[in-house]
Structure formats: structure tokens, C-alpha cells
Ligand binder design. Structure first.
Ligand code: E4P
Length: 220
């Protein structure tokens, strides 16, 4: 399972990349706004900076346009920025049409804001490279985000769709573990949700004991 980092913060991306934890990056307009990035030139420069930090890894850059022609123009400009750019397109009718167009041109896409199996099926049929079901936002409304990942896995496997399931809106380490059990292809999460996977009290206690036994033996 690939780990993408879900942030537009350059320091966080650099930290995750240096730790060897990052296989790609996802951003969205809210995450870009959080970093104070606005205006076409600054947005493009920021995407380029992200791409340069992570080398050739995939970086999802979301279109703002919601009409077909606008999405095509914006997506093509984004794709030209760097070979790692994946054009992120919302799950709306014009978005599906744009995904089909990008797919025919060899431009990779991430279909975002997916909340149902039906939507995921349409994204795959349109030729999306990635589909982003939002686990946390479903949990937020007392729905079962993880069940959606399992259902999409089943449907994609039934028909051999190659669209990768990119579990998004992943908020904590158990979301990641559950996605791995189900067989999501990718999770995207902030570093704060990924890092705790490292921790176990028995690891800390075991290491402390090994080191104290070693110290005792060395002083004999
Ligand atoms: C990433 O592709 C999504 O935009 C992101 O994971 C959404 O996360 P949130 O629901 O925590 O905002």
C-alpha cells in the first residue's frame, strides 16, 4: 500500500519524504489556502516546489474550474508543470467528462470528493487513475467510511478496474491499518496520522530493558 501525504505544507512534505514515508502527495484548495497560497502564478510555483521536493512522485493538484472547458484548460496547464502532476477533478458530470478527456491524452487523474460506490464506479469507467473516497468525512456524519473502501474494492475487483483506490480524508492510524486490511491501493493522510504507527509501549519497554541489560553486562 502506498502512503501519500495530505498537505500543501512544504516542511511537512520534506519531513515525510526524508523519513522515507512518502510515496506521493495530495493537496486540495483548502490545504493550499491554509498555506496562504493564492493567485495562479503562486499556486503553480507551489506545486512545482512540492514536485521538486518529492522528485518524480505523484502530486495531486486540484482544478478550481467546475465547467468542462475550464477544467481542461486548467488541468492541461497543471500537467505541464511537472511530470509528477496528477490532475485532481471533482466527481461531477463535467469532471467525469474531463477525466475521460485527460485519460485519452495520457494525463493522470485523481477523481475527488467520492462518497458512494456508484460514484467510484463512474470514476473507474471514465478512466480515472485514482479515485478518492473520503473516509473521515463519512465517519463525521455517522456513516461508515471504511465500509465504502471495502465496497469499492469488491466492485473494482469484480470487473478488474485498474483505477487505484486512494483512501482520502484519513484522520488517524487505525484508518490506515483498516485500509491496509481491506486492500486500498493508497492512503493519503497528514504526517500526524502516519507517524503514530511507529509507536508501541512494548517496543519502548523492550528497548529500555535490552539497553539496561547490555549496560549491566558491560560493567561486570
Ligand atoms: C485529499 O485528497 C482530500 O482532499 C483530503 O484527504 C480531505 O481530508 P479532510 O476530510 O480531512 O479535509
Amino acid at each position: 500500500m502506498k502512503f501519500f501525504i495530505d498537505t500543501a505544507n512544504l516542511q511537512e512534505i520534506e519531513e515525510g519524504f526524508q523519513m522515507g514515508l512518502v510515496d506521493g502527495v495530495t493537496t486540495n484548495p483548502s490545504l493550499m489556502a491554509k498555506e496562504g497560497v493564492s493567485g495562479t502564478d503562486k499556486v503553480k510555483a507551489h506545486y512545482k516546489a512540492i514536485c521538486e521536493i518529492v522528485g518524480g512522485l505523484d502530486v495531486s493538484a486540484e482544478v478550481i474550474a467546475t465547467d468542462y472547458q475550464g477544467m481542461i484548460q486548467e488541468g492541461e496547464e497543471l500537467a505541464k508543470l511537472h511530470a509528477g502532476i496528477v490532475v485532481k477533478v471533482p466527481m461531477i458530470a463535467a469532471g467525469l467528462k474531463a477525466i475521460r478527456y485527460f485519460s485519452s491524452k495520457g494525463i493522470r487523474t485523481n477523481c475527488t470528493l467520492v462518497f458512494s460506490v456508484g460514484q467510484a464506479l463512474l470514476a473507474a469507467k471514465a478512466g480515472a487513475t485514482y479515485v478518492s473516497p473520503f473516509v473521515g468525512r463519512l465517519d463525521d456524519i455517522s456513516s461508515d467510511g471504511m465500509q465504502l473502501i471495502a465496497d469499492i474494492r469488491l466492485v473494482y475487483d469484480n470487473y478488474g478496474f485498474t483505477t487505484q483506490i486512494l483512501a482520502a480524508s484519513v484522520r488517524h492510524p487505525m484508518h490506515i491499518v483498516d485500509c491496509a486490511k481491506i486492500g486500498a491501493d493508497v492512503i493519503t493522510a497528514p504526517l500526524s496520522a502516519i507517524k503514530p504507527l511507529l509507536n508501541h509501549p512494548l517496543t519502548d519497554a523492550g528497548l529500555a530493558k535490552f539497553l539496561s541489560d547490555h549496560k549491566k553486562a558491560s560493567s561486570n
